[in-house]
Design a protein around this ligand. Structure first.
Ligand SMILES: Nc1ncnc2c1ncn2[C@@H]1O[C@H](COP(=O)(O)OP(=O)(O)OP(=O)(O)O)[C@@H](O)[C@H]1O
Ligand SMILES: [Mg+2]
Length: 185
């Protein structure tokens, strides 16, 4: 699958709990592992999403942001999970020294915050999520980049449709289609 896959429409996450719910939904879509990129600026809700996912997989303790350690392993979970935050990575080559490729087993779930910092070394993700802060809430969209990711994206859509605190946002194009008007130029 090429990396030109379209982004999903946007979903509004009304509060922090809704972002955790997104993570929990994601957990249900990644039961066999996978490589998931979490994009978004500082404070967008990436760690909150990871926390929701890890809790849904049964992790009961705190979810530390691996800002300094780069990776936090959760090897007692099923699937085994690794939470990365590459914000402080100076050079993508450092990933080679930390044995990054060993984490990328097919049956492990790797969640990566700030994947841009590892450009060229991470491989193609199954699924990418992009979080965007609004004044009071967060928006999220996602896109698959592999066959496995396509299944994850479809499952995620189904789960988000009935998730509490999560609502589909109509794009201006969709609004125009439903009113018969178009604001495209
Ligand atoms: N849907 C939401 N609405 C409002 N606030 C939210 C929402 N989701 C998360 N937050 C809040 O956003 C803040 C930052 O969240 P988080 O630490 O997950 O961001 P991050 O993307 O991991 O940031 P960083 O890039 O610094 O690691 C937290 O205080 C969290 O409570
Ligand atoms: Mg974070």
């Amino acid at each position: 699958m090429s990396n030109s896959t379209a982004w999903s429409s946007e979903w509004l996450l009304s509060d922090e709990t809704a972002t955790e719910t997104l993570g929990a939904a994601l957990a249900q879509c990644c039961r066999d592992g996978g490589l998931v990129f979490l994009h978004g600026p500082l404070g967008a809700g990436k760690t909150t999403t990871a926390r929701g996912l890890l809790r849904a997989l049964g992790h009961e303790g705190k979810v530390k942001s691996p800002t300094y350690t780069l990776v936090e392993p959760y090897e007692s979970l099923s699937p085994m999970a690794y939470h990365f935050d590459l914000y402080r990575l100076n050079d993508p080559e450092e990933l080679e020294f930390m044995g990054f490729r060993d984490f990328l087993r097919d049956d492990a779930l790797c969640l990566i915050e700030w994947p841009e910092k590892g450009a060229g070394w991470l491989g193609t993700p199954d699924l990418e999520l992009e979080l965007e802060p609004t004044e009071e809430a967060r928006l999220v969209r996602y896109r698959p980049q592999s066959r496995r990711g396509a299944g994850m994206a479809e499952a995620l859509k189904q789960l988000l449709m009935s998730a509490k605190g999560v609502s589909a946002v109509q794009s201006s194009r969709e609004r125009a289609n439903s009113t018969g008007k178009s604001d495209d130029v």
